[in-house]
Design a protein around this ligand. Structure first.
Ligand code: SF4
Ligand code: SF4
Length: 472
């Protein structure tokens, strides 16, 4: 056998399968062929980061769940930090940071998020991996789908759907576990004692996971995902993406037969289409269905190896690369600069917020009705309401003193000591009395000073207000 015949023989099994592969038209489920390679491995490693999603609710910090959106108490616990509604501006910065990361990465390397990290593609990958293991390769799966129902088909389908359902249930329970204690939640679900909202969340997630990852799969990326529609405004001629080298590959065709010597390197085996999870033909140019997963690169490199041609007929490259132009450095690309600047500002904002969250949010409200009372001994009394949110996990024991008006008398309903209960909004009434002779004007500026009873605690809170007396 001469060299060309041998190479052609190496491809025969691929050509045979190619009859089953076609470009996605949205009409049927794509059964993508799974093959090994560098990008396939990277996709596994990247997707496995999502295992943290399932594990994190079981982590404890200071005796409580490390990550918890405690909606009834309006608190978000993130390890040592507790975020209150007053600090919610930080959440906006986190969202900006995530958006800028996504935009920046897209500007540099296209839809990397979609190809390797997006929950839709990762869950779909897990579901189709199970399908591949249980029902066989794409040809066997299509045959099984078309075959009449028998004991084997029922057994395989029940097994596959049971595992899919198990993942869907775990996904739903885990999501709910970020909003309540995970161990109590499991008990509530298993004893059928969970509140209605927990059942609604679970049912929604089971339905969403099972349908989106099991049945709709790549159609979600193709037809439903808004990101696919807007990505074109984030990429430019410098963005590197899986790209078919047309100059090298065309005209495509089989490696032997009439005119073979005139053809390019693409042997038209369709393997790049067969492995594509969204069923697009990358040789037709950039497509909104391409999630830049690199599976076609692995596939084509394998084919090039078989036919003894250089790898990289499909490779990560920019339009400029393909046109023979050189890429500018990242810091000279306006989009990358703009996204990075906003990203860094958001990082600094969050870091500042986390390191400057006050342990206590203090407010003092002066009673307006009446503004003051003249007591039987002639003194003037003002009433104040202290509202203090103790954001720490410990109770605080404090003394109150008032500065700015000498000889002022302090009276509180609950004795001398103020206790700010941990993680609570605490409210107190305070009455101040001063003799009119001490008041030089109608309103005197004073300051409330709250200090820890135990000096070792080193807590000192201060807030200004006014003491109001008769008009002078
Ligand atoms: S680009 Fe590569 S994988 Fe795709 S048809 Fe051509 S040779 Fe085959
Ligand atoms: S064309 Fe290639 S990179 Fe794009 S989705 Fe298909 S396999 Fe992935």
């Amino acid at each position: 056998m001469d060299n060309t015949n041998e190479q052609q023989a190496n491809l025969e099994d691929i050509y045979e399968e190619a009859a089953h592969w076609h470009v996605n038209t949205g009409g049927e489920t794509i059964h993508a062929k799974r093959i090994g390679g560098w990008f396939r491995s990277f996709k596994w490693y990247a997707g496995s980061l999502w295992l943290l999603y399932f594990i994190m609710p079981y982590f404890r910090w200071d005796g409580q769940q490390a990550i918890l959106f405690d909606i009834p108490s309006r608190q978000f616990h993130f390890f040592a930090a507790t975020i209150w509604p007053q600090d919610i501006w930080m959440l906006s910065l986190v969202l900006i940071l995530l958006a800028m990361t996504l935009f920046g990465v897209t500007a540099v390397a296209g839809r990397v998020w979609c190809g390797y990290f997006c929950f839709q593609t990762v869950w779909t990958d897990w579901f189709t991996w199970l399908e591949d293991k249980i029902e066989g390769n794409p040809i066997q799966r299509r045959k099984l789908d078309a075959a009449p129902w028998n004991a084997r088909k029922i057994r395989l389908k029940v097994f596959k759907h049971s595992l899919w359902m198990l993942i869907a249930i775990l996904t739903g329970v885990t999501f709910a576990a970020y909003f309540t204690d995970v161990y109590a939640l499991w008990v509530d679900y298993l004893t059928l004692d969970a509140p209605l909202v927990a059942w609604v969340v679970l049912a929604s997630f089971i339905f969403g996971t099972y349908v989106f990852a099991g049945f709709m799969r790549e159609q979600v990326c193709f037809w439903l995902c808004p990101y696919a529609r807007i990505q074109s405004v984030m990429v430019d001629k410098d963005t590197i993406m899986p790209t078919y080298d047309k100059k090298r590959g065309e005209p495509r065709g089989k490696i032997k037969g009439k005119g073979a010597s005139e053809r390019g390197d693409c042997v038209d085996c369709h393997l790049c289409v067969g492995v594509c999870p969204t069923g697009v033909d990358i040789r037709e140019g950039m497509h909104e269905g391409c999630i830049t997963c690199g599976m076609c690169i692995d596939a084509c490199d394998g084919v090039m190896e078989k036919v003894g041609r250089p790898k990289g007929l499909i490779r990560y490259a920019s339009r400029k690369d393909m046109d023979g132009e050189s890429l500018p450095p990242l810091f000279k690309r306006p989009r990358v600069l703009a996204y990075s600047t906003i990203f860094l500002l958001a990082v600094f904002g969050i870091a500042y917020g986390l390191t400057h969250i006050p342990p206590v949010e203090l407010s003092i409200v002066h009673e307006r009705q009446p503004l003051y009372l003249q007591m039987s001994d002639g003194s003037i009394q003002n009433k104040y309401t202290i509202k203090a949110v103790n954001k720490t996990p410990k109770n605080m024991h404090l003394h109150l003193r008032v500065t700015g008006l000498p000889s002022i008398k302090i009276r509180m309903n609950d004795g001398d000591e103020i206790v700010l209960h941990a993680g609570k909004l605490n409210r107190f009434h305070v009455y101040l009395r001063a003799m009119p002779s001490l008041l030089k004007k109608e309103d005197t500026k004073i300051r409330f000073v709250l200090e820890s009873v135990d000096p070792a605690d080193k807590i000192r809170l201060e807030k200004g207000t006014v003491f109001i007396g008769p008009r002078k």
